[in-house]
Design a binder for this molecule. Structure first.
Ligand SMILES: C[S@@+](CC[C@H](N)C(=O)[O-])C[C@H]1O[C@@H](n2cnc3c(N)ncnc32)[C@H](O)[C@@H]1O
Length: 186
């Protein structure tokens, strides 16, 4: 009886945590699809070293993939929802990947000042809210790769369309050009 009650309590806790944080952030920790992951990886600059931030790193699969694809870069994942973040840390422990770290915290409190590339898969309001922070903090030449949701008012240097039906595009921005509004008639 007690093990059954413990299982029920654990299940309720897991569901409550996941739904509570989904309601708070406005997006569930849905991982990027495999084709989407390949498009994101292909969109990242071939940095020799450098820092890549995944803003909202979910269960950590994409950040781990980025870290393996860019072994000389430092990859930082910020994730507010505690269960996905803890699982991401567990994955890193199970499959040691020294150039990735996961921070269980709000990406809006992260500094993007010395970051070469930012990857995100958020939602329309979240990318709109993040835009001024990235614009103010990212150094010149930084790249922003957004899965599914374009940054409003920014000009992408490229939009990668998926080969797979029902999958979403990936928007690639290079700063500061992406944020510069074209002069009328230009
Ligand atoms: C759709 S999932 C994407 C997960 C992962 N980036 C991927 O592509 O596989 C979006 C994630 O962003 C997280 N998130 C949303 N707002 C956040 C915030 N302000 N700070 C940290 N994480 C946030 C959510 O908890 C969720 O796990």
């Amino acid at each position: 009886m007690i093990p059954e009650l413990s299982m029920i309590a654990l299940t309720v806790l897991v569901v409550a945590l996941l739904t509570g944080y989904t309601a708070y952030t406005g997006i569930a920790p849905v991982p990027t699809s495999r084709p989407g992951r390949e498009m994101v990886l292909a969109s990242l600059p071939e940095v020799d070293g450098g820092t890549i931030v995944e803003a909202g790193s979910g269960w950590g699969g994409l950040a781990m993939g980025i870290a393996r694809a860019r072994p000389r870069a430092q990859v930082y994942g910020y994730e507010l929802s505690p269960l996905p973040c803890l699982l991401a840390r567990l994955r890193r422990w199970v499959r040691p990947t020294p150039n990735v770290r996961f921070y269980c915290r709000d990406l809006r409190q992260a500094s993007f000042c010395e970051v070469d590339a930012v990857v995100c898969y958020l939602h329309a309001e979240a990318v709109a809210a993040l835009a001024p922070k990235l614009r103010a903090e990212l150094p010149h030449g930084a790249v922003v790769v957004s899965n599914t949701f374009p940054f409003p008012g920014w000009r992408p240097s490229e939009v990668r369309q998926p080969q797979v039906r029902f999958d979403a595009p990936v928007y690639i921005y290079r700063l500061p050009e992406a944020c510069e509004v074209a002069a009328p008639g230009a």
